[in-house]
Ligand binder design. Structure first.
Ligand code: ARG
Length: 475
């Protein structure tokens, strides 16, 4: 049949034209055009698979592959043509079919033999998610390197470690930076898991029931770089768990980014002045000339909400869908594409802002030198003299209460007065009540002692090298 009443993919059984508003409403080309490189790759694999089953001759395969390559090339170089052909297309699959017919005449309609857009879209989307996860993984590697570089450069800078935003115990700035790095290392296996769950090829699943022409599903999967085929055709056309996994991995990253941002926003405030915001990653006020605002971090914190929103949007769309393909599934891509783009920007901006942030070592050291931060050391000192910890805690609490009343520091208390409260206090107390002693006491693995932090840096570098970020094609 070479006569068709229109170029819709499904017009035959319809008497009347679709309502114009509905027609615009159901089209997805504006969003799924991004799948084009994957769609062409899948089309190429399909064309090859049609030869052994006698649908295409070898010459027809060659002819189809040539046309598909020209279509991809033209879409990249001829924006006006891409727009024009796309305007009439329902989605990216329709676009390629229209373009194929433009190239090859009615023969272009033959490629769709035995297959459905339901399996095509699932396959394209899986390929995109695999690449997207690899791209974010590469970016995370750079972010981790920026944190590691800053950690290595600030090994001698102490700071006041906080819990509840209250001064707690002294730590090294490097230890603080490595804490953030550690959180990001947990995002890597999540991205890898998302890529692994996307790594199964649905082609051959048809619209829902499978393929009647006996295509070699494994050959198609291999050709496309998948390591396996999906197990059940009905599940394959309706499964978007890989997209959920990817969005979950992204929310992990943005949750960590948002917490990092929060720390830097606070540290940049005049009250803290721990960090000097880089001009390149800050903006000013249109009214107050003195202002330098931490907008990079604020926007990273602000945008993280969108990513959690995207995960929730897809979860909500999927919940309650009957088995197999439903058109609701078309809504899976827009939020994921946007989330991916946002995260790519967020990680890149965070990496740049981190790398160019200067730390105010004097302020950090001054805060770390608050004697109250050594109260736990004083209690530990008494423990080493044989006093049970709860009692030691109490004794030091008393000293601090009296010192506070008299407006003097714990350090300024003469030994004989301390002895009045507990005879266990001796002259060697001063050795324990020093910032560097407090730091080096924490020499367990994972602690903040300089030697532990140096070991942690080496350990993190070794773990990152082992993970050797897989390079995938760029989106
Ligand atoms: N554009 C659709 C999607 O993104 C694929 C087309 C399937 N359409 C259909 N009527 N079965 O999910």
């Amino acid at each position: 049949m070479t006569e068709r009443k229109d170029d819709r993919l499904w017009g035959g059984r319809f008497e009347r034209e679709p309502n114009a508003q509905f027609d615009a409403f159901q089209r997805s080309f504006a969003v799924d055009r991004r799948l084009l490189p994957y769609e062409i790759a899948v089309d190429r694999a399909w064309a090859k698979a049609l030869e052994p089953i006698g649908i295409f001759t070898a010459a027809e395969v060659r002819q189809t592959l040539g046309a598909l390559d020209r279509i991809l090339e033209r879409a990249k170089t001829d924006a006006a043509w891409f727009e024009k052909t796309g305007t009439g297309a329902e989605d990216v699959h329709h676009f390629v079919e229209k373009a194929l017919v433009e190239e090859l005449g009615p023969f272009g309609w033959k490629l769709h033999t035995g297959r459905s857009r339901n399996e095509l879209v699932a396959t394209d989307f899986r390929l995109l998610v695999i690449d997207a996860a690899a791209e974010i993984q590469r970016q995370l590697d750079e972010l981790l390197n920026a944190l590691l570089t800053q950690a290595k450069e600030h090994l001698s800078v102490p700071m006041a470690g906080m819990t509840h935003m209250q001064h707690a115990q002294p730590i090294l700035l490097s230890h603080f930076l490595l804490a953030h790095a550690e959180a990001f290392t947990r995002d890597i296996p999540r991205l890898q898991h998302a890529a692994a769950s996307a790594d199964a090829c649905p082609m051959g699943s048809g619209a829902l029931a499978g393929n009647s022409f006996g295509v070699d599903r494994n050959a198609i999967a291999r050709e496309l770089g998948f390591s396996r085929i999906t197990a059940n055709s009905l599940d394959a056309v309706g499964d978007r768990d890989f997209a959920l996994d990817y969005l979950f991995a992204l929310t992990g990253i943005t949750t960590h980014l948002s917490r990092l941002a929060e720390d830097f926003i606070i540290f940049a405030s005049q009250e803290f002045s721990y960090v000097i915001l880089p001009d390149e990653y800050s903006t000013g006020s249109s009214l107050m000339p003195q202002k330098k605002n931490p907008d990079a971090w604020e926007l990273i914190r602000g945008k993280s909400g969108r990513i959690s929103g995207a995960l929730l949007a897809l979860l909500t769309t999927l919940k309650g869908l009957p088995t197999s393909y439903q058109r609701d599934l078309q809504e899976d891509k827009e939020a994921l594409f946007a989330a991916h783009d946002q995260v790519a920007d967020m990680v890149a901006v965070a990496t740049g802002a981190l790398a160019s942030t200067k730390f105010n070592a004097e302020r950090l050291r001054a805060a770390a030198s608050n004697p109250a931060l050594l109260a736990t050391e004083a209690a530990d000192y008494l423990v080493r003299k044989g006093i049970p910890f709860r009692q030691a805690h109490d004794i030091v609490g008393k000293v601090l209460r009296q010192a506070e009343k008299q407006g003097v520091s714990l350090m300024a208390w003469p030994l004989d007065k301390l002895k009045d409260i507990s005879p266990a206090f001796e002259a060697d107390l001063v050795k324990s009540l020093r910032l560097d002693a407090a730091l080096s006491a924490k020499k367990v693995p994972g602690g903040t002692a300089p030697e532990s932090v140096r070991a942690a840096i080496a350990d993190l570098e070794a773990r990152l090298n082992k993970k050797a970020i897989k390079t995938g094609a760029k989106l």
